[in-house]
Design a protein around this ligand. Structure first.
Ligand code: 3HC
Ligand code: NAI
Length: 655
């Protein structure tokens, strides 16, 4: 089999070229090829070596699909030490993304150049890992402790320009990278540039309290995760030990993280997220419809956030509201959101202004005549939605995609209000829509394949993680939330307190416990929804008696200052004895003798409630695959990524 790595002399420069699509991951064959190439360069007439990559990117990291499988020599740390020890000067030439082991390869080279659009970083933390091929040792020696800790603990990539500012890239090359890198290598040789080993640099001075500061911050930001502590230990070792000893500390930590259940869960999610983008029964070559402008109906909580998601990706939006006042209110919220992002340093003033300029408003549906996609985000009223889709059918051009952001309504019934149900699809965003990553794409009975394919592509463009759901009440996520919430109510009556339930679930890793979520969303929302139902449809009164009593006592949640908890002006929750009394009396009414409930039972029953419904959703074909459900819960409902999602957690706990 031919190697994914080739080596040839171009004049006096040895050029190593990797070609391992799609992202040049460091598979065994690539490592072996790199080793052979660097060895070949030692004994030929080359005076320097340039490492280049074919395709869309420099090396995007170790090959994650090889993790957990039997290891094959050469290992990456050893290979990178051999590259660094080269007697010929080595230059890494970066385009696309140099990530993880890919960036570590570049740091083991003696010099690094990059095109301006390139990005570099250490995303290992997102896989429950730390850099495991010298990254924690070489980066602090080149860029200092603080910059390295920021890069490694955030996992966020930085631009080539930023990397040049902190000493991780030496030269920015405009124009053709291959020619530019070879010319630069020739110049380095002509100038007598030394072989500069990152491992031999000394770590620049730093504030000795920095590790304690990061420990405190990470204990909060990355609650319960093991990898961040290992990052601190390994980077600290770079400041106190020899390179070799530091590398040994890094290795030990890396192996421990690699074997942790947290990393196994996070690696599952890495592949699950990519798998979710694939459509069962739809060819991946299905042509997309062009989407160059978007209309949004309703500029409330959801419409505004959805508009921002498109504008942030450079796609112009026309927002339709019911009146001038409502439009001004909606646009005002968008304005304030952008101003807030600028104030928090998340967005430059120029970028915010450019995004804001892409959003225009109207009260006239005729403004939607030319748009390629419309997303309806008005009140959750099925008749109103059907009326609007009828109107869209009349005003929108043929081929326009008509989407609804409904949380619960029947997408097929909405589609039937038009004469073109094949153009209708659900696009269920999560609040706040410009921040939350999840998008449930609801595939109606008659939704056309190219509509579905277009929406999946578009989701990636607006930086959402899309998961396909069939039509059912609540789709995947909200449908599973129902038995979860009901189980929390049963646990209250049987003996647990709100804070015990929330603390148990937060210790398990949920971003927020269920009762705090109810308080945040408003207890009146469910109350009103139940009022419209028959007793039969409401189900077991034990599953809603306590929230009903709370609403009737004026406790609507955070918005009224109290719900399952009492809230101070900063919305800090405090347990409230009145709520305990109310739960006790409701339990007595049902003849329930309250008992001690363990945290394990709480977690077990609540997660099982999610999983049991998830299995039904799979059996009914509502979700394409079990891992899609995991993606929904991690990106939409704060389920801990380190547990791999509810379905993965349940399957692996049983195994
Ligand atoms: N290993 C194996 N497969 C990988 C991979 C990797 N490191 N990175 C991406 N892929 C695969 C994906 O699974 C996907 O496969 P599919 O087409 O069969 O679904 C394909 O490559 C394309 O990936 P994306 O859809 O994500 O492509 P994008 O263009 O959107 O993004 C990317 C490209 C930014 C490189 C993104 O794929 C990415 O972030 N990759 C992971 C990078 C990473 O985490 N690197 C660190 C690995 S751990 C490590 O290096 C340890 C070291 O310190 C020892
Ligand atoms: P909202 O009440 O904040 O906003 C609805 C907006 O629609 C209002 O500004 C209203 O003036 C406007 N509107 C009403 N009729 C209109 C018409 N005929 N033409 C143009 N505009 C009209 O509601 P929200 O929360 O934004 O919800 C919208 C939809 O999104 C609902 O279907 C809801 O179920 C769904 N959703 C809501 C989520 C949430 O957390 N709020 C999450 C995901 C989906």
């Amino acid at each position: 089999m031919s190697s994914p790595v080739s080596y040839e002399l171009q004049g006096n420069i040895g050029v190593i070229t990797l070609d391992n699509p799609p992202v040049n991951a460091l598979s065994h064959a690539v490592r072996q090829g790199l080793l052979d190439a660097i060895n070949a360069a030692q004994s030929d007439t080359s005076s320097a070596v340039v490492i280049l990559c074919e395709g869309r990117t420099f090396i995007a990291g170790a090959d994650i699909s090889e993790f957990g499988k039997p290891f094959k020599e050469p290992g990456l740390p050893e290979l990178l030490n051999i590259i660094e020890a080269s007697s010929k000067l080595v230059v890494a030439a970066i385009h696309g993304t140099a990530l993880g082991g890919g960036f570590e390869t570049a740091l083991a080279a003696h010099y690094r150049c990059a095109v301006p659009s390139a990005k570099v970083g250490f995303p290992e933390i997102k896989l429950g890992l730390l850099p495991g091929a010298g990254g924690t040792q070489r980066s602090p020696r080149l860029a200092g402790v603080k910059s390295s800790l920021d890069l490694i603990t955030s996992g966020a990539p930085i631009s080539a320009g930023q990397a040049a500012e902190i000493g991780l890239v030496d030269e920015i090359i405009d124009g053709d990278l291959s020619a530019g890198a070879i010319a630069w290598a020739e110049k380095l040789v002509a100038d007598g540039a030394p072989i500069r080993k990152s491992s031999e640099q000394s770590v620049p001075e730093f504030d000795s309290s920095i590790f304690d500061q990061y420990r405190a911050t990470l204990a909060n930001r990355a609650r319960g995760q093991v990898a961040p502590e290992h990052v601190l230990t390994a980077v600290e070792a770079a400041t106190t030990m020899s390179f070799e000893d530091g590398l040994a500390v890094e290795r030990e930590s890396f192996v421990e993280c690699m074997n942790s259940s947290q990393s196994v869960g996070m690696r599952h999610i890495f592949f699950a997220e990519r798998q979710a983008a694939k459509l069962d029964g739809v060819s991946k070559d299905t042509p997309n419809r062009p989407v160059e402008n978007v209309g949004i109906i309703g500029g409330g909580t959801m419409g505004g956030g959805i508009a921002m998601s498109f504008a942030n990706a450079g796609i112009p939006v026309t927002m339709i509201e019911i009146s001038d006042d409502a439009l001004a209110r909606g646009l005002g919220i968008i304005e304030r959101n952008y101003a807030g992002s600028v104030k928090r340093g998340k967005l430059s003033e120029e970028k915010a202004a450019a995004c804001r300029a892409l959003i225009s408003g109207s009260t006239d549906y005729a403004a939607l005549a030319g748009v390629d996609l419309v997303i309806e985000a008005v009140f959750e009223d099925p008749d109103l939605k059907k009326k609007i889709f009828k109107k869209l059918d009349a005003v929108c051009k043929p081929g326009a995609i008509l989407a609804t952001n409904t949380s619960y309504q029947d997408v097929d019934a909405i589609a039937a209000a038009t004469g073109r149900p094949e153009d209708v699809v659900g696009m269920h965003f999560f609040s706040p829509a410009h921040i939350m990553k999840l998008l449930e794409v609801v595939r109606g009975e008659r939704t056309a394949d190219d509509v579905l394919a277009t929406v999946m592509t578009l989701a990636k463009k607006i930086r959402k993680v899309a998961v396909v759901s069939g039509v059912c009440y609540g789709f995947i996520g909200n449908r599973m939330l129902q038995p979860y919430g009901q189980t929390a109510q049963l646990l209250l009556l049987e003996g647990a307190s709100p804070q015990q339930i929330d603390t148990a679930m937060e210790s398990f890793g949920m971003a927020m416990g269920p009762l705090r979520v109810f308080d945040l969303a408003g207890l009146d929302v469910g109350y009103k929804a139940r009022e419209a139902l028959s007793d039969d449809d409401k189900g077991d009164p034990k599953t809603f008696r306590v929230p009903d009593l709370l609403v009737e006592a004026g406790r609507l949640g955070q918005k009224s200052g109290c719900g399952f908890y009492s809230y101070d002006d900063n919305r800090k929750p405090t347990p409230d004895p009145l709520v305990d009394e109310l739960i006790n009396s409701a339990a007595a009414d049902f003849g329930i003798v309250r008992r001690d409930i363990t945290d394990e039972e709480i977690v077990d029953r609540l997660v099982s409630a999610l999983v049991d419904e998830g299995r039904k959703i799979l059996d009914e074909g509502i979700a394409q695959r079990s891992s899609d459900i995991d993606v929904v819960y991690i990106y939409g409902y704060g389920f801990p990524a380190a547990r791999g999602g509810p379905m993965f957690y349940a399957d692996n706990r049983r195994a």
